[in-house]
Design a protein around this ligand. Structure first.
Ligand SMILES: Nc1nc2c(ncn2[C@@H]2O[C@H](COP(=O)(O)OP(=O)(O)OP(=O)(O)O)[C@@H](O)[C@H]2O)c(=O)[nH]1
Ligand SMILES: [Ca+2]
Length: 735
């Protein structure tokens, strides 16, 4: 069937490419003219007379030249001739065919050559186009691709932790982001929950980088265990292609540049020596508060499924409370113009964000500010006492019976220069923290504690930039240059830590936090300490309770209804991995073109284009087929057998060709006679090869038989067979 189609197509194309027939009448050599009419065969064996004279032309040796398979277009000749209906046309067509062969180099021939070259070019272009379309479609619809791994180290102010993510292409057609990110956390040493006392379920070393300045062994101890754990999470073969990022946040951000540079340079050399992962120097850095903010926002909205969704849904704002800073990120109005503005394009959606980081508003820094505030109220401070850490500060947020030394980072700035030389810059306190050593004692008083927390929230208390701000009138944690938060917010990290410490669910109200905090503050330190599992900073939760409530209500003017307290598992590091994976997969998959293929081109159109191209390709190829080098062609007909039936007779013609007559298709004995296939005279019988016959040294028609057929007609099984048949017809001479 395919063969018939290609014949039709090639006939059509040969008609297109056929030059005008020559007018020179063709006379047959070797046979009287009238006889020649006797062996004109119907192409379709329809009983019509015809002037197919390919064999004659082969006899006409004077003008015959070796048929080059590259140039022989027997089928075209046959087709062209056979499809002529008018005898005169047939006459001309046959003569024109042989004439053309007889006069190589004639203009029509050159024209045909150009047409052939054009068809070859067309078929190559079509083929390339088809390959591209099919591969793009497969690639963007089924290519799962390998998954990529990403390692992100979060160098926070209270600790350094490692997160491993596995990214893969997300095939879901639900409009969600085409990237799937899976955090790998198995084998973590401790489980979050009451028994562990830890709010976060993560692999972490303490203290944070900012306490390890000029402490190379401390820095190695902070990084190497995390690298070793990350290697256990990722298959070894993927280590080389796994990117690792070391990003430091507020704790390092507030250090003097010489100190932060020391930390980053040494972290980089430790990483190079101890990591099998793909790392670059520019991937070991301090990220800005704004970057930390939108990474956190991206992570949150990826978790909630709002990221890059079409049509875009309202996203959640993110409140990420750390130990040193607070990040605030929310989707703002498009026309907002201020320093915190940034546009984030995720997939096909543009998000206009407001993102900023409030340094000194983290849980630990806020408590530090409360100590500095109390120190500043003390009078008659002796320098000697200060140097020796003997200054005692009674703190209303500490339990009765509590007495501990504390290193106050902000105390130096709250004292006149002479009164409080900064102790430190070296490792003067717990965990290498630099600052002023003081003695903290508990003097619990809920009201005073709340007032102190409010002072920690009020920016005008800590900076001479903002004149006294009334927290009842405006969000007093924000300078005028920053936009007021609005919309729904997820309160993460430190907010989650405080809720968990007081055994509150995320549905609890802010007033519940105040009630729990007050109860806790009233306990003596002995009881309070034992009322919770061992963990760091237990003494600070009496302060943290009123602090987070006042920070939200008065520092940011966010109401209870706008708040959902999120889990501790959402961290900004997921945002880093997501955006890095987005870069990798979008280049690899041409996600943009993926989007186009998926969304812009209707699959039906795509299929139609594909089918049309396929048909054009077949058409081009069938034309090209004539010019295929002979070694591409079938080398022989299957099952050709020499038939010695007496009915055949040999046509004596003065040429190296010996034609044997050929009885009609059905010989009456039910056996189908296959068409004669030309072979060389006196040559050993060999299977007819189109390549042999055409372009071979010479050809001879032999008779053979194939399978008995009821209809007496042989259905052409393929193009080559058809061609043989025609050439057989050509050579057939009636007895
Ligand atoms: N480091 C740490 N802090 C914990 C943990 N559980 C509760 N917290 C408390 O949560 C607070 C905030 O922790 P993080 O959000 O990790 O703060 P951070 O990232 O170190 O600080 P930034 O550099 O300001 O982001 C800490 O000050 C702790 O008091 C824990 O397992 N590890
Ligand atoms: Ca943090």
């Amino acid at each position: 069937m395919f063969n018939r189609i290609s014949e039709v197509i090639s006939a059509a194309s040969s008609r297109i490419s056929a030059p005008q027939s020559s007018t020179v009448p063709y006379t047959e050599v070797g046979l009287p003219p009238e006889a020649s009419s006797a062996h004109r065969f119907g192409f379709t064996n329809s009983g019509h007379k015809n002037n197919l004279r390919l064999s004659s032309s082969l006899q006409d040796f004077s003008v015959y030249h070796r048929l080059d398979p590259e140039e022989a277009d027997l089928d075209l000749g046959i087709d062209r001739y056979a499809r002529k209906t008018h005898p005169l046309q047939r006459e001309n067509a046959g003569s024109s065919f042989s004439k053309e062969k007889a006069l190589p180099g004639a203009t029509p021939f050159m024209r045909r050559k150009c047409v052939r070259m054009f068809m070859v070019l067309l078929s190559l272009i079509l083929f390339a186009f088809l390959v591209y379309m099919v591969s793009m479609y497969i690639f963007s619809n089924w290519y799962q691709g390998g998954s990529e791994f990403y390692v992100v180290l979060d160098c926070g102010s209270t600790g350094t932790r490692v997160y491993v993510y596995q990214a893969s292409v997300n095939r879901r057609r639900d409009g969600s982001l085409p990237i799937f990110l899976n955090p790998l956390t198995e084998g973590l040493s401790r489980k979050a929950g009451l028994q562990s006392g830890r709010a976060y379920d993560r692999m972490e070393t303490e203290p944070g980088f900012d306490k390890l300045v000029h402490n190379i062994s401390g820095l190695k101890a902070a990084i190497k265990p995390l690298l070793q754990w990350a290697q256990t999470q990722i298959p070894e073969h993927a280590h080389k292609t796994t990117s690792i990022f070391i990003y430091a946040t507020a704790g390092v951000r507030r250090l003097p540049s010489a100190d932060s540079k020391w930390l980053l340079d040494n972290a980089w050399s430790i990483l190079k020596k101890n990591s099998p992962f793909l790392c670059r120097r520019e991937w070991v850095k301090i990220i800005s508060g704004t970057e930390e903010a939108y990474y956190g926002w991206t992570a949150l909205n990826y978790h909630t499924g709002m990221l890059g969704v079409i049509p875009d849904k309202a996203t959640f704002g993110a409140l990420d409370l750390g130990g040193s800073s607070l990040q605030v990120t929310f989707e703002g109005e498009k026309n907002m113009r201020n320093q915190s503005n940034l546009n984030l394009r995720i997939g096909a959606v543009n998000h206009h964000l407001s993102a900023y980081s409030l340094s000194g508003y983290g849980l630990n820094d806020a408590f530090d500010k409360s100590v500095a505030k109390l120190l500043s109220k003390l009078s008659n401070i002796k320098n000697a006492d200060l140097v020796n850490g003997k200054i005692e500060i009674k703190h209303p947020c500490l339990h009765s019976g509590y007495k501990e030394q504390y290193i106050c980072s902000r105390c130096a700035s709250s004292q006149p220069e002479s009164a409080s030389p900064v102790i430190g810059g070296k490792h003067s306190g717990k965990g290498g923290k630099s600052g002023t050593a003081v003695l903290l004692t508990g003097a619990p008083n809920w009201e005073e504690c709340s007032a102190l927390a409010k002072a920690a929230v009020n920016l005008s208390e800590w900076s001479n930039l903002s004149p006294g701000m009334d927290c009842d009138l405006q969000p007093c944690a924000l300078p005028d240059s920053l936009p007021r938060p609005y919309g729904q917010f997820y309160a993460m990290s430190g907010f989650f830590v405080v809720y968990r410490f007081f055994n509150l669910t995320s549905e609890a109200a802010l007033d519940d936090v105040l009630e729990k905090g007050r109860d806790f503050c009233e306990k003596t330190w002995e009881i309070a300490r034992k009322s919770v599992p061992p963990q760091p900073f237990i003494e600070q939760y009496c302060f943290r309770s009123p602090y987070i409530v006042l920070l939200l209500r008065e520092g940011l003017h966010i109401t209870d209804k706008q708040i959902i307290v999120g889990s501790g598992s959402i961290t900004w590091t997921l945002g880093v991995a997501l955006l890095e994976a987005g870069k990798t997969f979008s280049t690899r998959l041409g996600l943009y073109s993926y989007k186009i293929l998926q969304m812009k081109i209707n699959p039906i159109i795509l299929i139609a284009v594909f089918l049309i191209s396929l048909i054009l390709l077949v058409c081009a190829l069938s034309c090209v087929n004539n010019w295929m080098p002979r070694f591409f062609r079938r080398s022989y007909l299957p099952l050709f057998r020499h038939n010695s039936a007496s009915t055949t007779s040999v046509l004596n013609i003065p040429s190296p060709f010996r034609f044997q007559s050929w009885s009609p298709i059905s010989s009456g004995d039910g056996r189908v006679k296959m068409p004669l296939s030309p072979t060389v005279a006196n040559s050993p019988q060999r299977p007819f090869g189109l390549g042999h016959g055409l372009g071979g040294s010479s050809i001879e028609l032999m008779e053979s038989s194939l399978y008995p057929s009821t209809s007496g007609r042989t259905l052409f099984l393929n193009f080559d067979v058809a061609l043989q048949v025609y050439s057989g017809f050509l050579g057939k001479l009636p007895n």
